[in-house]
Design a protein around this ligand. Structure first.
Ligand code: FES
Length: 176
């Protein structure tokens, strides 16, 4: 194939082709082809690298150690873990305990504890809950959920938010 960068002159001599560039059409197609191959290899490598790092969401453990049982005042809603864990812990007068999830059973807002009124009140739509979590006003369809409690070998109250107990609507937990 003739060199596209030079033309034959009228007397057989070679003159430079004014339309020729340093890149011939073949060079450009060849380059495009290699760029495509490199692109496919690059994308495959990226996909493989991404595959080696699975999309796992590392969430904090739902289990936490609260405090020693003797450090809870009987009949008082303990709010020490409301902000960090959304949990209230209550010690009954007889020494038993229960933990409530501080998530409104209507649409999930965080209720507040009003000790003077002896109730939890949700700021979003006004649902009210008794100290044992029973719903008694507003749109909440059921009591606040309860959470599993246990005692660790170190004598600490352990809260396991992975184990939630749903109470029936409008019924006090100790009557279920
Ligand atoms: S979210 Fe609590 S009353 Fe609606």
């Amino acid at each position: 194939m003739a060199d596209e960068k030079v033309l034959k002159g009228a007397h057989g001599g070679e003159i430079p082709n004014p339309e020729a560039t340093i890149w011939s059409r073949r060079d450009i197609f060849s380059l495009a082809g290699w760029a495509g191959v490199a692109g496919v290899i690059g994308a495959s490598l990226l996909a493989f690298t991404r595959f080696m790092f699975p999309r796992v969401l590392f969430e904090p453990s739902p289990v936490f150690a609260a405090d020693k049982p003797e450090n809870f005042v009987p009949g008082v809603v303990d709010e020490r873990w409301k902000k960090g864990q959304r949990v209230w812990i209550v010690r009954n007068d007889d020494g038993s305990f229960y933990a409530l999830l501080a998530i409104c059973t209507h649409l999930g807002c965080t209720p507040n504890w009003f000790s003077a009124e002896n109730k939890f009140k949700c700021p979003c739509h006004g649902s009210g809950f008794k100290p044992d979590g029973t719903n008694f006003e507003g749109p909440a369809p059921r009591p606040l959920d309860r959470i599993k409690l246990s005692l660790s070998s170190e004598g600490l109250l352990v809260v396991d938010k992975g184990q939630i107990f749903r109470m029936a609507a409008g019924v006090a937990p100790d009557q279920q």
